[in-house]
Design a protein around this ligand. Structure first.
Ligand SMILES: [Zn+2]
Length: 335
């Protein structure tokens, strides 16, 4: 999908106090839900009015929609930002459950377009929960319909900026990232966070992913972004530092590939407990060990999934990241 945007590229709106153009809002969430980037699609001549609820209603584009557990919070946050305006388009960087769990609710609330990576379009529209990774990770995601797609080389206009669409394989080979050269803004999804990047899921299945992640980091460096809006965690401007951190983590994984598998087990446990909040250890080891992503990690590490998960759980408890009491465990924040 290519949208001409000569007007968008030629006008440079002033940056607001948080360093973002006035039509770009970054909504930081926790680690269960992806962050959202809300982009005001009003006429470029109206940028200076700043897109805000008390102004005239605007149309908006939203990049990524959170995990299903938080979908009503996401809706409330959007209503607050949008006011009497309208969400006209959802764009997903990729289809992991924490990035598209609000798609169904939001797209029916506003009857909006939903654009997904072209490589995932068929998986979405026949709702293949295995191909979309939701079955393999044991995570929930309500089905939704995609109305279109984006692929590397495309461009779209949103928030008064033209965004380039780039491939971001590694964490998810079908993932995209979006770059607005006029303001040096990068929506990096899970390809680059301030302090790392997402689990390299294909590597758990024995597929190539380290080289792909390496090339995505090179791509990001070549784009020379000034500010990164990541899929999780805070936005950041010290891109060189984030790239150095990511490269050193990637090198550690290459040197010891089982590190990716062990990190993945722990990250998936933390995600699970953020989702369900409390779980018996027996239930966890019996059911969760069966998910294909945990079985794949266990194959790589050469031990039964139950043993590895129990070990990872104890390590998380010792690190203060989950709490075990008797035969249950829960997120450490839950009393
Ligand atoms: Zn992801």
């Amino acid at each position: 999908m290519n949208v001409p945007s000569a007007a968008a590229a030629s006008l440079q709106p002033p940056l607001s106090r948080n360093g973002l153009p006035p039509g770009v809002h970054f909504i930081q969430r926790d680690w269960l839900s992806s962050n959202q980037v809300l982009l005001c699609d009003s006429d470029p001549q109206r940028w200076a009015q700043e897109c805000a609820p008390d102004q005239a209603p605007h149309d908006y584009t939203l990049i990524d929609t959170s995990y299903v557990k938080h979908q009503h919070t996401t809706l409330a946050l959007l209503r607050h930002q949008i006011g009497a305006g309208r969400l006209r388009r959802i764009i997903n960087t990729h289809l992991h459950s924490d990035h598209c769990g609000g798609n169904a609710l939001l797209s029916t609330t506003w009857d909006c377009e939903v654009l997904v990576p072209r490589a995932s379009l068929e998986d979405v529209n026949r709702w293949d929960a295995v191909a979309l990774s939701h079955a393999g990770t044991g995570q929930d995601c309500p089905p939704f319909r995609a109305t279109g797609s984006l692929q590397p080389g495309d461009a779209f206009v949103a928030g008064g900026l033209e965004w380039q669409v780039h491939a971001a394989p590694g964490h998810d080979h079908k993932s995209l990232l979006f770059f607005a050269p006029a303001q040096g803004l990068l929506v990096s999804a899970d390809a680059l966070w301030e302090n790392g990047f997402g689990i390299l899921f294909p590597a758990l299945e024995g597929e190539s992913a380290f080289d792909e992640q390496d090339s995505v980091l090179d791509l990001i460096e070549s784009l020379r972004p000034q500010r990164v809006l990541p899929g999780h965690g805070a936005m950041f401007t010290d891109v060189a530092k984030a790239l150095a951190t990511a490269r050193s983590r990637l090198k550690a994984m290459r040197d010891k590939p089982e590190r990716n598998a062990r990190n993945a087990l722990k990250a998936l446990i933390k995600f699970k407990i953020l989702d369900v909040e409390v779980m018996t250890i027996e239930h966890f080891l019996r059911d969760y060990a069966r998910t294909s992503v945990n079985r794949a990690a266990a194959r790589q590490l050469g031990q039964p999934a139950e043993v590895l998960l129990h070990q990872a759980l104890l390590e998380l408890h010792e690190a203060g990241q989950v709490r075990i009491e008797g035969d249950v465990f829960y997120n450490r924040e839950v009393p």
